[in-house]
Design a protein around this ligand. Structure first.
Ligand code: NCD
Length: 330
């Protein structure tokens, strides 16, 4: 049934049953086939998004609610645009004016929204696991837009799409993720995705910014940029997430940049065509030098933002198609 309905929702080229899940809560546990479906579908939206007449009717009549308990500029806007491109009604819940301020719990808020029958809830929360908890209580589809330091699946997907388009593949690439790994949901989702798709992942950071036991996720750990970047195809930089830090994790910004900030001298160690990436927001002169970040030939940072919209369109479309299939089989 799923296959037939799926075919009705797209031009038949994509089999949405390859993603057999109601929600998108994390990359961990997704099959390479499910990941590839989302990437392939997203890729098909990229050209469309570059046109002026870029609206599709696919999600007409569907409601997407953005529920952000944590500040966000690009992720929230990107989901909003993705929903609108597909003609969904998109509602942004501003948490600062919501009942949360009046003491309502996350679950109560979700139940209230659920009563308005959204099709998809896009949720960001500062506690790891909060989005999964919420997903268990509602009967719509839920997308995790970042939960604490746990996962940020659509970021990893957009990173993967950027890499795949630039390098033609993911399999076999050597990827270095550098910076504040300890507090980063982006790093965790990327590690799961890149491993699932056959890349080799290294993490580079001071000892204080590497979570204990990270090797178990299948990464190589480095504490020095020169050795860590050696012959890498992809250099992914991360922000120091000071809002999550309790205590001192590095002596000073100046010293941090000296040892771990990406500049041309350190980049020399990577392959000559290594791609520079950053999920944003960037702190220029802290984890990355401005000239490197703006290097049009080598930096894919703006492209990552562009791929974000395409990836989120694919996620919204696939989850809604699965909801339709569920409804019709009941
Ligand atoms: C990331 C996040 O929120 O986890 N940003 C994003 O989604 N673009 C990374 C960060 O905040 O440093």
């Amino acid at each position: 049934m799923l296959g037939v309905l799926s075919a009705l929702m797209n031009d038949g080229a994509f089999d949405f049953s390859a993603y057999p899940h109601r929600h998108l809560l994390g990359i961990e546990g997704l099959s390479p086939v499910a990941i590839s479906l989302l990437l392939d579908r997203a890729d098909s939206f990229v050209e469309l998004n570059r046109r002026h007449d870029n609206k599709l009717a696919t999600l007409s009549g569907r409601t997407v609610m953005n529920l952000f308990f944590e500040d966000s500029t690009r992720t929230r806007t990107s989901f909003e645009l993705a929903g609108k491109r597909l003609s969904a009604d998109v509602i942004n819940m501003s948490v600062s004016t919501s009942s949360i301020k009046k003491g309502e719990t996350v679950v109560d808020t979700a139940m209230t929204l659920n009563a308005m029958h959204p099709d998809v809830l896009v949720v960001r929360h500062n506690d790891a696991g909060a989005v999964k908890l919420l997903a268990e209580k509602v009967n719509c589809a839920v997308i995790n837009a970042g939960d604490g330091r746990h996962e940020h699946p659509t970021q990893a997907l957009l990173d993967a799409l950027t890499i795949r388009r630039r390098k033609g593949k993911i399999q076999g690439l050597q990827v270095a993720i550098c910076g504040d790994i300890l507090h980063s949901r982006v790093a965790r989702s990327n590690i799961h995705l890149l491993n699932a798709m056959g890349a080799r992942v290294r993490v580079i950071a001071p000892k204080t910014l590497i979570p204990a036991g990270i090797e178990r996720l299948g990464v190589e750990v480095f504490h020095e940029m020169g050795a860590g970047l050696k012959d890498c195809d992809i250099v992914m930089m991360l922000r120091l997430q000071t809002e999550r830090m309790k205590g001192n994790f590095f002596p000073s910004v100046r010293e941090y940049f000296h040892f771990f900030g990406l500049d041309y001298a350190k980049l020399e160690n990577a392959k000559p065509d290594a791609l520079i990436m950053h999920p944003g927001p960037m702190n220029r002169g802290v984890e990355i030098a401005s000239d490197v970040a703006d290097d049009i030939g080598r930096s894919a940072i703006r492209e990552q933002v562009e791929m974000g919209v395409a990836v989120r369109m694919a996620c919204l479309e696939v989850l809604c198609a699965n909801l339709s299939a569920e409804g019709s089989s009941q």
